[in-house]
Design a protein around this ligand. Structure first.
Ligand code: PBG
Length: 324
């Protein structure tokens, strides 16, 4: 035998030297759930180890993460039902606790990259990402609400908006709105290929943001489709997105790989709530080694072509690296 691939696997040193991919702090974005109030901390029951935090504990959490090397955070608000309405008014009210918290975070940690979500669902009494009229999600009228939301967030000093709503034309619309408001430096991380997935369940528990009727299949993509992701990517590219995202990640590695192969923009992957919970639950039952499964999962997302990974594992992954 001339070729013996096993030779390069013979020792830890050789395995490390020939390793093609690695996950480091530079790849990670940590999603955080913000609560209103003072010193509030509640665990998300379907996401063991993940807590909703009010601003003070969140600042502490961000500081700890920064000390571990994590530089990027995506902050989602937990909005009380009493604030929700059909037009998601609170989403662009800069006196709202979410906006004030974003401002605090950027004041305390100017070097942290703060990303926000642009979609109506956490603020909408219908629980949908767009305006609902007669049971339909109205595309074009929604764009104006999204634009107001993005500009209000930008006014708080955040670095990047993440439109997760899947309305047609939103990236270009947001780009124009941000530019006109003087925020040409605020980036757009577009949820380019966001699928209508059951893996978002625990996130909707965390935010209490599940749709009040129906599902999101008229705007989020059909999990059966691969080529359609290239249509979305092309539009986002033309409309000015800075980062293209695939979501979920684990069961959409082919899509990550396709976008990486076809676009020169950085590719993000969202390792979503259900993907986190699944591994945690199996670990708790003793059915899987959750730590090794986590590491393998993050690596697979990187290997598929993601330049950055939004993951609830970010902090524990970095903590585990410390002890290695
Ligand atoms: C809001 C939004 C969702 C997620 C991120 N932004 C939920 C949804 O679209 O229903 C899911 C994230 C996760 O599951 O971790 N549009």
């Amino acid at each position: 035998m001339q070729r013996r691939p096993r030779r390069n696997r013979a020792s830890r040193a050789l395995r490390d030297l020939s390793q093609e991919n690695q996950v480091t702090a530079n790849d990670l974005i940590f999603p955080l759930f913000l609560l209103e109030g003072k010193n509030q901390i509640t665990e998300v029951s379907s996401m063991p180890g993940i807590h909703r935090l009010s601003i003070e504990p969140m600042l502490k959490e961000i500081e700890e993460c920064m000390n571990l090397g994590i530089q990027a955070f995506d902050i989602f608000p937990v909005v009380d039902e009493s604030y929700k309405d059909k037009m998601a008014t609170k989403s662009h009210d800069t006196s709202f606790f979410y906006h004030q918290a974003l401002k605090r975070v950027k004041e305390e940690f100017p070097e942290a990259l703060v990303i926000t979500d642009v979609a109506m669902d956490p603020y909408s009494s219908d629980g949908h990402d767009g305006i609902v009229e007669n049971g339909q999600i109205i595309n074009d009228a929604t764009l104006e609400v999204l634009a107001q939301m993005a500009v209000a967030q930008a006014e708080m000093g955040i670095d990047m908006v993440g439109p997760s709503d899947m309305m047609d034309g939103r990236v270009g619309y947001l780009r124009d709105a941000l530019d006109e408001a003087g925020f040409s430096n605020v980036g757009i991380m577009s949820y380019t290929a966001k699928y209508a997935s059951s893996f978002y369940g625990p996130f909707r528990d965390a935010l209490d943001s599940a749709p009040k009727f129906g599902d999101k299949k008229t705007y989020q993509m059909n999990p059966a489709n691969r080529k359609e992701a290239l249509i979305e990517a092309e539009l986002d590219y033309i409309e000015g997105a800075d980062v293209l995202m695939v979501k979920p990640a684990m069961v959409y590695l082919d899509i990550i790989s396709d976008l990486k192969a076809n676009y020169d923009l950085p590719i993000a992957a969202y390792n979503v709530s259900g993907e986190y919970s699944m591994i945690k639950a199996a670990g708790q039952k003793g059915w899987l080694d959750a730590d090794r499964t986590r590491d393998e999962t993050l690596l697979s997302i990187k290997r598929a072509g993601a330049d950055m990974i939004l993951t609830y594992f970010a902090k524990e992954f970095m903590l585990s690296q410390r002890t290695k």
